[in-house]
Structure formats: structure tokens, C-alpha cells
Design a protein around this ligand. Structure first.
Ligand code: GCU
Length: 613
């Protein structure tokens, strides 16, 4: 068992080579926000990064005035400096740049950000600069020194700045490049807007010289009262005593960390109220070493599958879900704040959802911590989307890194029950091996949650559909996307006489179905883009799916209309995917109520079934 835990810890530790491990539970730390207005310079030719010989300035011993990260000011009237952050406009951080300036709506390339700040640290404390996320490739500099490069648009990263920090006039320069790349994750082609920028919070984080860097405090796999996890210290005094306590449950344990700062944790809980959508009970957990103390609200629940059932705290459950993109439709921009999370999850609650699929990449932390509080179960997904380079080891490392960072960030969230490895990926040996390896990696980091992926439908006859995918052998729940009645021949009438052949003795869920509708456009149910067409498609699809014996959940595509460069039908799409059950203007469509009606019925069915048991 210890070797297994050390492997899990080692997997998190290897990130050091690729950038510094993101400190967990930033809201529980001493922080100084750098959110607000940042000066920016648009740099499509990366003129501030490369010299005219295309050599990177930050690899030169004496880069000269052209290097934007130096934020050089002209010494006097004779001095030639061809850029100025001081004279440049500003962008809000956090926030994508596309929705802040019409000139940047379609912009894909490099933008330089600069933030000036004063910060006086206390004693021998250490200081980090932490980013919730920035899309896609980010180079960070402080006071003219390179801190590092981060690749990936949806996971947190931080750099230690203790040695570079000044009490006053610090210059933080950040180069963000959201160019799409063939070997990236995601790759060139997606059905969402490639929002660029520093899209989530930026904080200065001050911690003691030896601090509590990471911890996992969750119920052991298969147990409803034994906590199993670990703590990890970072700093000189790695060997230390750490006390983990849950005051409300009068439960505590003291562990001794080894030279690597790591210690496994295991202790029992008495009379613990298990977290569930009906009772999203969170406990304050206190973790204290001799020099540091952090607290976090954590829920305890069990999640498993048995045959074709999904069991939450031992009870069979039906996942009443909806897919969500990390976007606020009314703003036409990335969601990032707690208010944004309340809007999106609030709509899901109005649908009577007990579950959401956060698509197709890790969303901001506010979404999952609010889901913990609201009692909404969560699917989180690694952005392995459509056709990435399966044979490219560097692409695999990128996918693995993003998955590692996601699990590291959210492993203490009771609401998170499913790690999704991918969406709609074409079956091939290379692809299946890629996903299989990611699955093994995810299970090595966290064996307490379920693994799935959004698979596709394969073949079948005129009135049959088959779900058969080699990767389905490695998942806990078989999820697939299907768009009968919208894509392909025929309309919603096809849903009345289609049978499904799904051989797996596992729970089956439908991770996507849907139809486009322009909010406010009304016609007969055969007319595409009308609310009536979408409504009838929902009713017929839910009726069809309910006949699948293993059917244990669904997350229709999608909560709200969202921006997509692939959707250009004038007067209908105009750059928006219209499959939301809520329009771009925040107004609910008829399908919203059809879905809610179905969920109210399902809730009753499962409630009655659990009472009978
Ligand atoms: C796909 C895909 C989504 C896309 C949707 C659509 O299934 O997973 O990202 O937006 O279909 O076509 O609307």
C-alpha cells in the first residue's frame, strides 16, 4: 500500500520538471490579489520575444531593449524604445481578451500583459505568484527574470518569487499565446471559442518557509468511514509532525512526515454525515504542522458502480445532468468568478439537475467548490477532444500533465465523481492505448473516483444503434454522445423506432444529445431551429433512452448557447452554437421545461425505489 501511495505522490512530484507544482487550496492561504487592470501589448509577430533573427530574447545574456519582458523605459530623448506598457491600453484580469475588445474577438496569437505591484513579505516567509489558468502557452517574468513557461489553458500553475521580490515597484510581465497547434491538447479543431488570455485569478501567495503544499483527505475506496490520503510539506524542515483534525467529528490524527515531506494519512470517522445532493454536508478540516496551518471545507461520500448501477453512498442513483461550457452567454466570454458559477449552476438547479458535465476541459475552481456547497455531482474532463496526435509522445505528456494538475487541484471535492479522459475520439489502436495509459495514470493518482469518456456510436442498422468501443473495457461508466434526429438523415421521428445494442454490464449514460434552436423562433416541430423542434427532440430522445436497461444518467448538450467559430449560419447561428436550452440572452427555451419535467419524474422514481429497498 505505501509503495502505491508513494507512486501517487511521485506522479504529482514529477511536475516540478515542467514548472512548479501548484499549491493546493489557494483560498485557504494568505493571498494578495493581482486581479484588475493590466496593461497589454498585442504582438502577433512575437516581436517582443524574438529578435529579427528569430532568436528568443529570454535565452540571451544581454537581450537589449527589444525584449518586452524587460519593460524598458527610454533613458532620455535620444533613446530608442519601440514599445511602452505605460502608454498601452488595459485588459481586465481575470478575463479572456476576446470579449473585452472587438478588435480581439477573433485574435489568436501573443499578447503581453504587465502588472506593477508593491509587496512586503514577513520575515523568512516564501512568496509565490499563482495563476488559476491562462490560455494556452504562458511565459512569466518578474523584474526582468524568467520564472517559467506553462503549457495548457485550463489548469493552475505557480512560481516561487521569494528571491526576486522587491518591497516596491515589482514588474510582472506575462506573455500569453493562444495559437492553436496540431500537437497541442486540445488540437486545431474544436467546437468552442479559443478564448485567450489570463482567464482566471492571479494571486501573490505568502507561506511559511516550510509549508503544507498538498494533501488528500477523502474516504478510502469502498469505505464509508475510513479517511485515507496524505500530506506533503514543502521546505527545509520536511520531517515534521502534522495534525489533521475534523473538530465537528472530534476526529484527529498526528502523522510524521519523512525527509521528502510526505506522510500517508489514515483515520476513522464516527457518525459522519455523508455528502449527497440532498445533504451536501461539508466539514471543516484543519491541517497543522509546526509552522503552517490550513483549513478547508471537505465532504465525505462514496461513489462506485455495481453491475449497471451507480451507487452514491451505497444508494443507486440516476444522474440528472446537463453539459456546461465555461462561458457566460450574456457576456459572450469565459466564466471565472463565483458569481458566474452561481449563474450557471443556479440554472442547472432550476432544471432539477443533481449532476453537471463540465465540458470539455477543467473549469475554474469556483465551479467545483460551489458544486460542493450546492450538492451537485460533477464530471470533469481532460481536453483530449476529437483527433489529437495519438502517436506523439509530447502530446501524450501534455495530456498527462493537464490530467495530473486537474486531479491535484480537485481531489478533495466531494462533488467530483467522474474523471473523463476524452471526448469523441476516433477508434484506433494508438488512440485506445493513449486513453488506456491516461486511465491508469488517473487511477494511480486517485482510485476513489469513476473513470469515463464521451464515446461515439458505431454503426447498427436503419433502426438500431450500437455502442461498441475497445476503450469501453477500461471505463467504469459507458458514456456516449448521440445526435439522432439532428445530425444524419431524418428528424425526431427516427427516435420513435430506434433500438440500442449496448453489450456492457456497466452503467450507461448519454453524455450528449441535442438540437439547435434560436431562442424566440417558434414554428411547427418539423422546422429546424425552432424551439418546438428542439422540444420534441428532447421528449422523444429521453423516451428512447429510457428503454435502455443500463440507462443511469444523461447530460444533454447543452445548458446555454455558446460561441463557436464553426457556427456561421446567418440570422440563426452568427458565431454561436444554438443547442443551449437557454439562449444567448439568458432566456429559457421550451426544451428547458421538457427536460425539467423528465427530471422531476426521474427524481420521484428513484426516491420511491430507494424507499421501497
Ligand atoms: C459534439 C461535441 C461538442 C459539439 C457538439 C455539437 O458532440 O462533443 O463539442 O459542440 O457535438 O455538434 O454541437
Amino acid at each position: 500500500m505505501k509503495i502505491f501511495k508513494l507512486l501517487a505522490f511521485a506522479a504529482f512530484a514529477c511536475t516540478a520538471a515542467m514548472g512548479q507544482d501548484a499549491i493546493v487550496n489557494i483560498p485557504g492561504r494568505q493571498t494578495f490579489s493581482l486581479n484588475g487592470k493590466w496593461n497589454y501589448i498585442i504582438d502577433p509577430y512575437e516581436n517582443g520575444y524574438y529578435d529579427y533573427r528569430y532568436k528568443p530574447f529570454d535565452e540571451m545574456s544581454n537581450p537589449g531593449a527589444g525584449a518586452f519582458f524587460l519593460d524598458v523605459k527610454p533613458k532620455d530623448k535620444t533613446d530608442l524604445v519601440e514599445y511602452s506598457f505605460d502608454l498601452s491600453p488595459t485588459l481586465w484580469v481575470p478575463g479572456d481578451w476576446n470579449s473585452q475588445d472587438d478588435r480581439l474577438l477573433f485574435y489568436e496569437g501573443t499578447i503581453w500583459y504587465r502588472k506593477l505591484f508593491d509587496y512586503k513579505k514577513t520575515g523568512d516567509n516564501r512568496v509565490f505568484v499563482h495563476f488559476g489558468a491562462a490560455n494556452y502557452e504562458t511565459d512569466v517574468y518578474l523584474n526582468g527574470k524568467k520564472l517559467g513557461k506553462h503549457v495548457g489553458g485550463f489548469t493552475p500553475f505557480n512560481y516561487e518569487i521569494t528571491g526576486l521580490l522587491k518591497d516596491e515597484n515589482n514588474t510582472l510581465v506575462v506573455k500569453v499565446d493562444n495559437k492553436r497547434r496540431r500537437d497541442a491538447v486540445p488540437t486545431l479543431n474544436t467546437d468552442w471559442w479559443n478564448y485567450g488570455g489570463i482567464t482566471r485569478d492571479v494571486n501573490i501567495v505568502e507561506v511559511p518557509a516550510t509549508f503544507i503544499e498538498d494533501y488528500k483527505i477523502q474516504l478510502k475506496k469502498g469505505s464509508s468511514n475510513v479517511v485515507e490520503g496524505y500530506v506533503k510539506l514543502n521546505g527545509a524542515k520536511q520531517s515534521d509532525q502534522v495534525r489533521i483534525e475534523i473538530p465537528e467529528l472530534k476526529a484527529s490524527v498526528v502523522v510524521n512526515t519523512g525527509k521528502d515531506g510526505y506522510a500517508p494519512v489514515s483515520f476513522s470517522l464516527k457518525k459522519v454525515q455523508l455528502w449527497s445532493p440532498e445533504n451536501p454536508k461539508l466539514y471543516e478540516v484543519v491541517i497543522a504542522s509546526s509552522s503552517d496551518r490550513v483549513t478547508e471545507k471537505i465532504g465525505f461520500r462514496t461513489i462506485e458502480t455495481r453491475g449497471t448501477d451507480i451507487l452514491l453512498n451505497g444508494q443507486s442513483i440516476f444522474l440528472r445532468g446537463i453539459c456546461i461550457h465555461e462561458e457566460v452567454p450574456q457576456r459572450g466570454g469565459r466564466a471565472y468568478s463565483m458569481e458566474d458559477a452561481k449563474l450557471l449552476l443556479g440554472w442547472a438547479k432550476e432544471l432539477n439537475c443533481n449532476y453537471v458535465r463540465l465540458a470539455h476541459y477543467p473549469h475554474n475552481e469556483n465551479m467545483v467548490s460551489l458544486a460542493d456547497e450546492m450538492g451537485i455531482l460533477v464530471w470533469e474532463e481532460n481536453p483530449v477532444y476529437w483527433t489529437i496526435l495519438w502517436d506523439n509522445p509530447a502530446t501524450y505528456e501534455l495530456a498527462k500533465q493537464q490530467l495530473t494538475d486537474l486531479i491535484r487541484r480537485d481531489k478533495n471535492r466531494a462533488s467530483v465523481i467522474i474523471w473523463s479522459m476524452a471526448n469523441e475520439t476516433p477508434v484506433s489502436e494508438a488512440r485506445t492505448n493513449f486513453l488506456k495509459n491516461l486511465t491508469e495514470h488517473a487511477r494511480s493518482l486517485d482510485d476513489t473516483r469513476l473513470i469515463s469518456a464521451a464515446l461515439e456510436v458505431h454503426g447498427g442498422g436503419p433502426n438500431t444503434r450500437v455502442v461498441e468501443d475497445p476503450f469501453a473495457d477500461y471505463v467504469d461508466i459507458v458514456n456516449f454522445n448521440q445526435y439522432l434526429g439532428w445530425y444524419g438523415a431524418g428528424g425526431p421521428e427516427r427516435l420513435d423506432n430506434t433500438d440500442w445494442r449496448i453489450k456492457y454490464d456497466k452503467p450507461v449514460m448519454v453524455s450528449e444529445f441535442g438540437a439547435g434552436a434560436l431562442q424566440g423562433f417558434h414554428a411547427d416541430a418539423e422546422t429546424r431551429w425552432s424551439e418546438e423542434y428542439q422540444e420534441v427532440l428532447y421528449e422523444k430522445t429521453l423516451n428512447m433512452l429510457s428503454k435502455i436497461p443500463q440507462f443511469r444518467g444523461v447530460s444533454p448538450w447543452i445548458l446555454a448557447d455558446f460561441r463557436s467559430p464553426r457556427r456561421q449560419l446567418p440570422n440563426i447561428q452568427d458565431g454561436w452554437n444554438r443547442k443551449g436550452v437557454i439562449g444567448e440572452n439568458g432566456v429559457k427555451k421550451k426544451a428547458f421545461y421538457a427536460l425539467k419535467k423528465f427530471y422531476d419524474e426521474m427524481e420521484l422514481i428513484y426516491k420511491n425505489a430507494s424507499v421501497k429497498k
